[in-house]
Design a protein around this ligand. Structure first.
Ligand SMILES: C[S@@+](CC[C@H](N)C(=O)[O-])C[C@H]1O[C@@H](n2cnc3c(N)ncnc32)[C@H](O)[C@@H]1O
Length: 200
């Protein structure tokens, strides 16, 4: 399979540079980042190439692993690990406190609320005592959409899967606090997205 035949996301191409600008600060002393829900792997290969001081460890649900492996074989550098199968609802295939960074983009509004809760339980267990968590995507504030396009997107998400939906930042902060994390920064990003940086 050639590069042009692999799954491709235009939104990844559009958002990767603004996300990188934040990660260069948030992960500046981080050594090993686990990515949850790597999807096409475009973020993984780009961030690994531009954050050479750390190792990037992509993961996703089993059905995404084969194309992810292929993209990494074609485009990945030395500091990207082979992708691992990881569904947040099952035990994560890594040790307690094994990574000092966790990143996830555009996943919390796809997962059900129960899965988002599992996501933060896993973060609590596997992020080191000095680690950082960065999550990117759309969020609501006090149950309010931040734009009409996000409202439309939420309708589309729920039509596709009734358990999906844009999450309230207040609920995400509660889950993060229960996981021993506090909000370091809430970055405004293009296209009405946010990048939330939490640390222990
Ligand atoms: C919209 S895609 C985002 C992919 C990529 N991060 C991006 O920004 O383009 C949502 C991702 O969440 C992942 N995902 C959904 N439910 C999951 C779960 N229970 N455990 C792990 N990943 C999950 C999907 O497999 C998919 O890769």
């Amino acid at each position: 399979m050639s590069l042009s035949q692999l799954p491709f996301s235009q939104s990844c191409e559009n958002n990767k540079a603004p996300i990188l600008a934040v990660l260069q600060q948030s992960f500046r002393t981080t050594r090993q980042v686990l990515e949850i829900g790597s999807g096409t792997g475009q973020h993984a290969v780009f961030f690994a190439a531009h954050l050479p001081h750390l190792t990037w460890c992509p993961s996703d649900q089993p059905r995404f692993i084969a194309p992810l492996e292929k993209r990494i074989a074609l485009q990945g550098g030395d500091n990207i690990a082979p992708p691992v199968s990881l569904d947040v609802t099952a035990p994560w295939p890594l040790a307690q406190g094994e990574v000092d960074g966790i990143f996830s983009a555009n996943t919390l509004h796809i997962m059900s609320e129960a899965m988002v809760t599992d996501f933060f339980r896993g973060v609590d267990r596997h992020l080191s005592e000095t680690g950082s968590l960065c999550v990117y995507g759309p969020f609501n504030y006090n149950n309010q959409y931040t734009s009409d396009s996000n409202r439309q997107f939420d309708i589309w998400l729920k039509h596709r899967n009734i358990h999906s939906g844009i999450r309230d930042i207040e609920w995400i902060m509660d889950l993060a606090n229960t996981a021993g994390l506090s909000l370091e920064a809430d970055h405004a990003m293009p296209a009405n997205n946010r990048l939330l940086h939490f640390s222990r």
